[in-house]
Design a binder for this molecule. Structure first.
Ligand code: HEM
Length: 405
């Protein structure tokens, strides 16, 4: 296990060709993710797929999806406001899960997923729990038909069904010419610059599923932890409100252009991703022998970066358990080694959806904070992180909605 920025840069950036994803966590996740971008250990396939998909995830191209993000957040707030029992706490983890899925589905398929989102969520939670338990205790083998493995198989079938319905529809019916192309149609028509060919339908299915899985729990948990921490740090919440109110003025909903004027909002998100990094374990497998700081790493070794620990390393983070967005002011960032903070990974396999995620989280946070507060219900217990394949709030985050005056 590596826990120093220099070693992490060595593995993820400088020698990334020597470290592939044939590592335990990806082997375990592969029944779900197959050979999609997140999990594939086939470097040639990964390079080709990443080349074809990366152009649709730049900060500029992601701006095309900003409206999906704010529209869906406003719809969520309207659903919250329309509840009969406004005072009852909301399970915000569940709410943000639906929000994240609705946003990614609209961006991928131009579709309103409605109830199908809940079925996908349930299937994902089943797979995450079964695989997370298997990760801590890998016995019996995944192919052995225990009741939980049968549940896992069904969950995978449900997630596949969710994706293939949209793909089938798009292959048989072209999009109306006046509609902005969604990610699915962009992937369908993407061709590799080397051989001029696109991806086959099976690979397309895997990539779309990887995008849904990559985009779903990570963003959900970041938003849930963000409001959990805001509810417990009123001074941070006050500064957030002041910034959002000042930048939006008479408007209630931010747009993409506002993001550069919301630096404190972004600092809050960066700090949430430090404290509760959703993808808290990065794993690699050495293809060839290597030496890190004088230690021999034989070929075939599993190398682990645990960002939960790295983001609390006392050499780089003062009083690391304290929630303090000021750590992400430009001068504090400049004083730290870049690889002391890797919530999105680093190097060639850095998160493809990083800009998508940051845009979505920032816009959702600002939209909610403009008019509402989420407050801790009286006597609510502390929420602990649960380390499954990703890190999520154990038992969910339950908060009460309050309209700002
Ligand atoms: C807060 C939200 C997110 C976090 C913290 C996060 C974190 C990460 C991390 C750490 C990796 C690298 C894993 C490794 O090196 O082993 C990764 C990869 C990836 N993520 Fe994200 N992610 C987030 C949101 C998203 C979103 C919204 C999407 C899609 C729209 C996405 C799609 C992907 C894909 C496809 C990869 C694989 C990239 C490759 O290997 O080329 N992620 N993510």
């Amino acid at each position: 296990m590596l826990n120093h920025p220099d070693y992490i840069r060595h593995v993820l950036v400088d020698k990334s060709e020597q470290y592939d994803k044939d590592a335990a966590i990806f082997r375990i996740a592969r029944p779900v993710l197959r050979d999609g971008l997140i999990a594939t250990a086939d470097m040639d396939l990964w390079r080709r797929q990443r080349r074809m998909m990366a152009p649709y995830f730049t900060p500029r191209t992601v701006s095309n999806f900003a409206r999906n993000m704010t529209d869906e957040t406003v719809r969520m707030l309207e659903r919250w406001e329309a509840r009969a029992d406004l005072d009852a706490p909301l399970d915000v983890t569940d709410e943000f899960g639906q929000l994240a899925l609705r946003i990614v589905s609209r961006s991928l398929f131009s579709a309103d997923v409605g109830r199908a989102a809940q079925a996908f969520e349930r299937a994902f939670q089943t797979a995450n729990t079964v695989l997370g338990k298997f990760f801590s205790f890998p016995f019996p083998p995944l192919s052995f038909p225990t009741p939980s493995r049968i549940r896992l198989r069904r969950a995978i079938d449900d997630m596949d069904g969710f994706i293939s319905d949209f793909i089938k529809k798009r292959v048989t019916e072209e999009m109306p010419p006046d509609q902005e192309p969604d990610l699915l149609s962009l992937f369908l028509h993407a061709v590799d610059e080397d051989d001029g060919k696109g991806m086959d339908l099976e690979q397309l299915h895997h990539e779309v599923l990887n995008i849904c899985v990559g985009a779903y729990e990570t963003t959900t948990n970041t938003l849930a932890w963000a409001f959990y921490l805001l509810a417990r740090h009123p001074e941070v919440e006050r500064r957030l409100h002041a910034e959002v109110d000042r930048v939006l003025g008479d408007r209630t909903v931010p747009d993409f252009e506002d993001l550069s004027k919301l630096p404190y909002t972004r600092m809050i998100i960066d700090e949430v991703l430090r404290v509760y990094s959703p993808a808290y374990q990065l794993m690699r497998h050495t293809r060839e022998e290597d030496v890190i700081d004088g230690h021999r790493i034989p070929a075939g070794t599993q190398v682990l970066v645990n960002s939960y620990l790295l983001h609390r390393h006392p050499d780089f983070w003062e009083d690391p358990e304290r929630f303090d967005p000021e750590r992400f002011s430009p001068d504090q960032i400049a004083r730290r080694p870049k690889h002391a903070y890797v919530p999105f990974g680093s190097g060639p396999r850095v998160c493809l959806g990083k800009h998508f995620a940051l845009t979505e989280i920032c816009l959702a946070l600002a939209t909610i904070a403009r008019r509402h507060r989420l407050v801790t219900p009286e006597g609510a217990p502390e929420v602990l992180p649960d380390a499954l394949i990703t890190l999520h709030p154990k038992g969910g985050v339950h908060l009460r909605l309050e309209r700002r005056s």
